[in-house]
Each structure stands twice: as structure tokens, then as C-alpha cells.
Design a binder for this molecule. Structure first.
Ligand SMILES: NC(=O)c1ccc[n+]([C@@H]2O[C@H](COP(=O)([O-])OP(=O)(O)OC[C@H]3O[C@@H](n4cnc5c(N)ncnc54)[C@H](O)[C@@H]3O)[C@@H](O)[C@H]2O)c1
Ligand SMILES: [Zn+2]
Length: 357
């Protein structure tokens, strides 16, 4: 088993990766706590609930079902889940175990952060995106009608338990969307991971168990290091946003309905790489390699009807814009990025045009 420490002012914990880990979750839960409230969705529970229950052994537990989808990632859902917990005898000794994709880990984390002013959460992510990103780092939250993830809390888990084997049942589209976040990790900090994705495409695409475990472990190692150095989105944590500036603009411009988050990030990484090239920050050879690897794991849905000007207008309203200035995370090579601001708007537009092709 590979475990990576995450040390934040709030808590020190580990993210552990091992095939079959879902079957031994019980050994990671503190003996002193009461009922385990498992938050899951009916699809994930139907596929993997038995394994998790086997892993819990004789620990008292109750399953709460999240209805699924971004539309339910709202405060009203949180309230209903908390009511269900109280009705089932939940108290300050209870524990939340989030067992699902990034929506479930976000909602489960926020539920734990706020239930009776805070109880522990254990994250057991079941999508690739949640395993390499959402479940590690302590960001939790829900949406408001006016925007995504606008309510939430930093609530670091007791432990993150990652079982690559549960990905076998994930749809191809969700799996590939997660792979784009893995590519992101490679470009921001790991030439070795980038090389794995470039050189072992067939095994990655076929979900070869060992290769998948290796790429998840390396992605989690990077996220753990970044979060340890910077829990709350200062300069360092910002590198995790590679591909997300243009990506968020694309998601917003298409009303979050045409692209999965990871697919939008794929577009964003291509646009950011074009921008780095226009600024002379990356060699033509390295830029081509990055774009090639992103495309290798595509295609993403068609980009027709989307105007570069509209995307650029969206960039300015991104919540991560600080003091009105848009920050771009741009590659210098496959394995190193730099945060850049005050970029010439004409180049920002030209890069969007190039990425839209
Ligand atoms: N907190 C963070 O740092 C952070 C980071 C990135 C993303 N997020 C959040 O994550 C969410 C997206 O997460 P996601 O992409 O995992 O989507 P998701 O949670 O909607 O999961 C995608 C779909 O896959 C299903 N599923 C999950 N595991 C499965 C499995 N093993 N087999 C078959 N089906 C399975 C889910 O039920 C769902 O229908 C967004 O709400 C985003 O805001 C949070
Ligand atoms: Zn992301």
C-alpha cells in the first residue's frame, strides 16, 4: 500500500492507495467513534456497497443516499441528510464516510464539517477524478443557484482510502474525464507521470490495474505535496488550476451541460499551452508534446458554436480572479508550470482561438 502524508494546520492525515482497499476500510476507522454514516449514490452502492460493507465488518453503520447530480449539490440536500442522521441516532460521536464521486465527497465533507458543528469524515472516492483530486485537500461544499461550490468549508478528512479497482465500473467518458486531471498533474509537477501517460497509452486506456494504481499514486503524491505546502489556495496551490482558467470559462459558457469538468480542463490545458507558446515560455517541441498527449486521451465533445471572445469575457468573472487580474498557470515544459498574470489580452484571445481550432 502506498500512503502519502498531508499536513495542514487543521490536521495531519494520509491518502492511501491500494487495489481492493474498499474491503478493508474498517481497519482505518477510529474504534472510539459511534455510527458510521455512509453517504453514497444508489448506482455506486449497487455496484460496490457489498464490498464496502464487508470491509466495515461489524461496525454499526447506516447508508444515506445522495440523489446524484450537480442539481442536488445544494444546501437543501445537506439539511435533509442531516435530518436523516439525527433521526437515525446520529450525534457528535458519529462519523461520515463519503463513498462516491466528487459530488459525494464534496457533499459528504461539508455534511461532516457542519453536522453538530463538525464530525470527522473519511473519504472513499470512487471516480478517477475524485481519487486524484476532489477527495484530497479538504475542500468541501455545495452549489448556489448563482454559481458552483460557492458555499463550503475546509474540512480535512481523517484518511482518504483509494481503491483503483472500483474504477472498473466507471463509464469510459467519466474515466477519460478523470485522466485529463491526471495529465494535469503530470504537466504541473511530474515528468515521470507525463511520460507514463505518453508512453503507455494502451494500458492506461485499457485500465490495466498496475498502471492505473501507479498513475493515481503519483497524482495523489503531487496533490498531497501541494496541499501540505499551501492548504488554502495561495500561490502554490494555484498550480493545480492548470487548464482550469480557460476550462471554467468553457464550462460556464456552455451552462455546465456540454462538457464534463475534466473535458473542459482538457480544452483549458490546450489553450494554456498555446498561450505559453505565444509568450515564448515553452519550446515548440514541448508545447506540441503536451497538446498531443491531451488529444491522445480525447476526443472531447465538439467545440462548435463557441466564440473565443465569449470565453475571454468569462475569464474575467472567474471566482479565482484576484483583484480583477486573471492568473494563468502556464507550462514551461512537461513537468513544470509557472503562474503568470497581466497577460496581453490579445494573446489571451489568440490562444482561445487556437484551442477552438
Ligand atoms: N473538493 C475539491 O477539491 C474538488 C476538486 C475537483 C472536483 N470537485 C467536485 O467534484 C464533482 C465532480 O466529481 P465527479 O467527476 O467524480 O462526478 P460525480 O460525483 O457526479 O460522479 C460521476 C458519475 O459516476 C458515478 N460513479 C461514481 N463512481 C462510480 C463507479 N466506481 N462506477 C460507476 N459509476 C460511478 C456517479 O454516481 C456519477 O453518476 C464536482 O461537483 C466538482 O465540483 C471537487
Ligand atoms: Zn479540476
Amino acid at each position: 500500500m502506498r500512503c502519502y502524508p498531508i499536513a495542514t494546520p487543521q490536521r495531519r492525515y494520509e491518502a492511501c492507495i491500494e487495489r481492493g482497499l474498499v474491503r478493508s476500510v474498517g481497519g482505518f476507522l477510529p474504534a472510539s467513534r459511534g455510527t458510521v454514516f455512509i453517504l453514497s449514490t444508489e448506482d455506486v452502492w449497487g455496484l460496490h456497497g457489498k464490498s464496502l460493507e464487508a470491509g466495515l465488518g461489524d461496525r454499526p453503520h447506516k447508508v444515506l443516499f445522495y440523489p446524484g447530480g450537480e442539481d442536488h449539490k445544494r444546501l437543501s440536500t445537506l439539511e435533509s441528510l442531516a435530518e436523516q442522521m439525527v433521526a437515525a441516532g446520529g450525534d457528535r460521536t458519529s462519523l461520515v464516510l463519503a463513498f462516491g464521486g466528487g459530488i459525494v465527497t464534496d457533499v459528504g465533507g461539508f455534511l461532516a464539517a457542519s453536522f453538530m458543528r463538525g464530525i470527522p469524515v473519511v473519504q472513499v472516492p470512487t471516480t478517477l477524478l475524485a481519487q486524484v483530486d476532489a477527495s484530497v485537500g479538504g475542500k468541501t461544499g455545495v452549489n448556489l443557484a448563482c454559481g458552483k461550490n460557492l458555499m463550503g468549508a475546509f474540512h480535512q478528512p481523517l484518511v482518504v482510502l483509494i481503491d483503483p479497482d472500483v474504477l472498473a465500473t466507471l463509464s469510459d467518458r467519466e474515466y477519460h474525464a478523470g485522466l485529463f486531471e491526471v495529465i494535469k498533474c503530470g504537466v504541473i509537477a511530474s515528468p515521470g507521470l507525463f511520460e507514463l501517460l505518453r508512453g503507455r497509452h494502451a494500458e492506461v486506456a485499457a485500465r490495466d490495474g498496475d498502471v492505473v494504481e501507479e498513475m493515481i499514486a503519483e497524482s495523489v503524491r503531487i496533490k498531497a505535496e501541494v496541499v501540505t505546502a499551501d492548504e488554502r489556495e495561495g500561490d502554490l496551490r494555484r498550480i493545480l488550476n492548470f487548464g482550469h482558467t480557460y476550462g471554467h470559462a468553457l464550462e460556464a459558457e456552455t451552462a455546465y451541460s456540454r462538457f464534463l469538468h475534466g473535458e473542459a480542463v482538457a480544452f483549458g490545458m490546450i489553450a494554456a499551452t498555446h498561450l505559453a507558446r505565444l509568450l515564448g515560455m515553452v519550446s515548440a517541441g514541448d508545447a506540441d508534446e503536451i497538446v498531443k498527449v491531451v488529444r491522445m486521451y480525447g476526443p472531447i465533445p465538439p467545440l462548435d458554436g463557441i466564440a473565443a471572445e465569449a470565453l475571454v469575457a468569462r475569464l474575467k468573472s472567474d471566482k479565482k480572479t484576484l483583484g480583477g487580474d486573471v492568473h494563468f498557470v502556464l507550462p514551461e515544459t512537461a513537468g513544470r508550470v509557472k503562474v503568470v498574470s497581466r497577460v496581453d489580452p490579445r494573446l489571451v484571445l489568440a490562444a482561445a482561438e487556437a484551442a477552438l481550432g
